[in-house]
Design a protein around this ligand. Structure first.
Ligand code: SAM
Length: 284
């Protein structure tokens, strides 16, 4: 699987996760997707593009917001995500929604065809996020908007559990040092957006508390999304020891009545597409 001509292990991870993605009974992608759509302020009749649509956490609330007088197109580069989500759309009878295979790095649509582009927890997965945002700018009508979500803060117990798992990776599979993050904080996001031709109108945080029955349930959830990228490189004969260590690291998240709780915060950025003239006049 490739994105922008480069090998993309990310898409392979989501292809393998598609069946269980957002289907493990954990409150996470659903509330984040619904809030992204709410803050994007989508109106009935609008034409919306949802890039990296996955299993529809953003797509379905967007379809409700546009109503049948509007239209929502979802694209994803993982064929299984596309097939399963298209089946869900058909089952729901949503004739104003289509889901197709497409690269969020460079979506292939005529210019100016959308009122809103949405990207829920996807832009940081792309090889060239700034370039992708520039492409979204060209797909939007003048003064239309882009709404993206990115991670703001993850639970310290989650970080500790990920570190515990990573300690079991073979030496040739160590996690790379974090690269410069174009969505690191409000200031950096504003600059990233400006470089792509957008004026930020709001950046705000939104928190979700996710509950797990036990460590096995947490592990099942981890296999169902991007966490799989780490788990799949742990040798099979070390997985039990790795999850035992992760369970120990999750102890601070244990609830008095049983189960585990983790809190995650995302940043939701809403930005307006600047007209071409305004972009030429502004200082670089
Ligand atoms: C973390 S999931 C988010 C899915 C959905 N937006 C949500 O909020 O649940 C990331 C999604 O982006 C997709 N993806 C990753 N790279 C992509 C690319 N270059 N083009 C299109 N989709 C991509 C993955 O297949 C996956 O479905």
């Amino acid at each position: 699987m490739t994105s922008g001509g480069r090998p993309n292990g990310t898409v392979e991870v989501f292809e393998q996760a598609a069946t269980s993605y957002d289907r493990t009974g954990v409150s996470f992608f659903g509330p984040f997707g619904a809030e992204l759509v709410r803050r994007a302020g989508i109106r009935p009749g609008e034409r919306v593009l949802d890039v990296g649509c996955g299993r529809g956490a953003v797509l379905f609330p967007a379809a409700e917001a546009t109503g049948p007088t509007g239209h929502v197109t979802g694209i994803d580069l993982a064929p299984a995500m596309v097939t399963l989500t298209a089946e869900d759309v058909a089952r729901a009878g949503l004739t104003h929604v289509d889901v197709r295979l497409g690269d969020a790095q460079r979506p292939d649509f005529p210019p100016g065809g959308f009122d809103v582009v949405l990207a829920g927890l996807v832009v940081f997965l792309l090889p060239e996020p700034g370039q992708a945002l520039g492409t979204y700018r060209r797909l939007l009508r003048p003064a239309s908007r882009l709404a993206i979500s990115t991670f703001a803060a993850v639970d310290p117990a989650f970080v500790a559990a990920m570190d515990a798992l990573a300690a079991h990776l073979p030496t040739d599979r160590q996690r790379p040092a974090p690269a410069a993050d174009p969505f690191a904080d409000d200031r950096v996001i504003t600059a990233t957006m400006a470089a792509a031709g957008f004026a930020v109108t709001a950046i705000s945080e939104y928190r979700v508390e996710s509950r797990f029955r036990d460590v096995d349930h947490w592990t099942e959830w981890m296999w169902s999304h991007g966490g799989r990228a780490l788990l799949r490189h742990i040798p099979a004969d070390r997985l039990d020891a790795a999850t035992t260590d992760a369970g120990r690291a999750l102890e601070p998240a244990r609830l008095a009545g049983g189960g585990l709780t983790l809190t995650t915060a995302i940043r939701i950025t809403v930005a307006t597409a600047r007209p071409a003239a305004a972009r030429q006049e502004s200082p670089s």
